[in-house]
Design a protein around this ligand. Structure first.
Ligand code: NAP
Ligand code: GDD
Length: 358
């Protein structure tokens, strides 16, 4: 009886990010005691936790993924039943600028955590935030077929290579040490809490600024790339379900549809009742040395075994994101203040990238 009533402890790395914040809310709502790691920054970055009204409800632990001692400490403090490893250098473009630190933070950090768990004898279940980026080049060749758990990984970025290393380490600790470790292979998932540098949020934010008269153009890179975009809060449930599964197993989470960046642009301007061709310019600064042309996922295993399926598809997602952004800028123009990143986000106008030099 006592076992049934025990409150579970969850350790979530990267609670200041999109998924970490939504996941923390989801777990708190389920009655978990949540410990969240964040890293020290010169300017605190808790806007998502405040936006979701959970900042006061979780236990914060300072932890940097490059610092093994801080990971050991986070595990000691939280005594976790479940660990959700969400923290990473997660921006593909930035991984071309900082390939070594991306390898360390996004890849090696997983070994630091798993080794800490193994040495400690901690039985916590472990979730690793794997990604569709790992499929890389496999995407275009199977354009007509959605990718599943058995497809070959051919990474096309330092980020994807780092994630693939971590994916295998997660499997090696599962098979070698019989630990409950799983890889989620999540396709792109978006929301109004998405980081500003990612293309969907960048588009939604700029369209809204144009709509309210604060901007006149939107500069983008590769408009032909296709992605399988889902709604982040729904993907959080899939993550939790993976750790409740009887056996540790890897799952693809996706919508099953791929759309181009151009389509995302067109539909976003439609929501704002504007013509995209009047505002959009291609700027080579936003091109990457390599870019995965197309990613589309097959979530049928997750549907069969976890009972999970996506509810929010492409058009609805675009509407959610653009409408929220317009509402935020309208409220801001009226003088309202609320936890939100956009007004402080620096302009990309003087940004020098690998694309800039190509
Ligand atoms: P995100 O918004 O970029 O959040 C990343 C988190 O990692 C932030 O909390 C960030 O902290 C933290 N972090 C970065 N470097 C760190 C370091 N050196 N030490 C400690 N913490 C560090 O990413 P997300 O979209 O929520 O994605 C969550 C995870 O899922 C990531 O691992 C990502 O690679 C993976 N993933 C995401 C998607 C997607 O479409 N969203 C799809 C597949 C996989 P700061 O706030 O201080 O920067
Ligand atoms: N960011 C960005 N900015 N991307 C642009 C732009 C631009 O101005 N213009 C075109 N794109 C294209 C990129 O070249 C890419 O093909 C596509 O838009 C999506 O880019 P991002 O939104 O940056 O996402 P991503 O697909 O590279 O990576 C995201 O999804 C992965 C899962 O597949 C991230 O969340 C990764 O962390 C995640 O693993």
């Amino acid at each position: 009886m006592e076992g049934l009533l025990k409150v579970k402890n969850a350790l979530v790395t990267g609670v200041t990010g999109q998924d970490g914040a939504y996941l923390t809310k989801y777990l708190l709502d389920k009655g978990y005691n949540v410990y969240g790691t964040y890293r020290r920054l010169s300017t605190p970055n808790f806007w998502r936790l405040r936006h979701l009204e959970i900042f006061e409800k979780l236990n914060l632990i300072s932890c940097d993924l490059s610092d093994a001692g801080s990971i050991v400490e986070a595990i000691k403090i939280s005594k976790p039943d479940e660990i959700y490893h969400m923290a990473a250098q997660s921006f593909v473009e930035a991984s071309f600028e900082t390939p070594v630190s991306t390898g360390d933070i996004t890849g090696l950090s997983v070994t630091r955590i798993l080794e800490a768990l193994r040495q400690d004898g901690c039985n916590a279940k472990f979730y690793f935030a794997g990604t569709s980026e790992m499929f890389g080049e496999t995407g275009p060749r199977t354009n007509e077929r959605a990718l599943n758990e058995n497809d070959v990984f051919r990474p096309m970025s330092p980020y994807a290579a780092a994630k693939l290393y971590a994916y295998w380490i997660t499997r090696i600790y599962r098979e070698g040490y019989k630990m409950f470790t799983v890889n989620g292979i999540l396709f792109n998932h978006e929301s109004p809490l998405r980081g500003m540098e990612f293309v969907t949020r960048k588009i939604a934010n700029e369209v809204a600024k144009i709509r309210v008269g604060l901007s006149r153009e939107l500069k983008l890179g590769n408009l032909d790339a296709k992605r399988d975009w889902g709604y982040a809060p729904e993907y959080i449930e899939a993550i939790w379900l993976m750790l409740q599964n009887k056996v540790p197993k890897d799952f693809v989470i996706a919508t099953g549809e791929a759309h181009s960046v151009r389509e995302f642009v067109e539909k976003s301007f439609d929501v704002a009742k504007l013509n995209w061709q009047d505002y959009v310019k291609v700027d080579k600064r936003f091109l990457r040395p390599l870019d995965v042309p197309c990613l589309r996922g097959d979530y049928s295993l997750a549907n069969r075994e976890l009972g999970w399926k996506p509810k929010t598809k492409f058009i609805k997602l675009v509407e959610i994101m653009v409408k929220e952004e317009i509402s935020r800028w309208e409220r801001w123009l009226k003088g309202e203040t609320f936890p939100w990143d956009a007004p402080n986000y620096p302009s990309e106008d003087r940004l020098l990238t690998r694309g800039h030099r190509m």
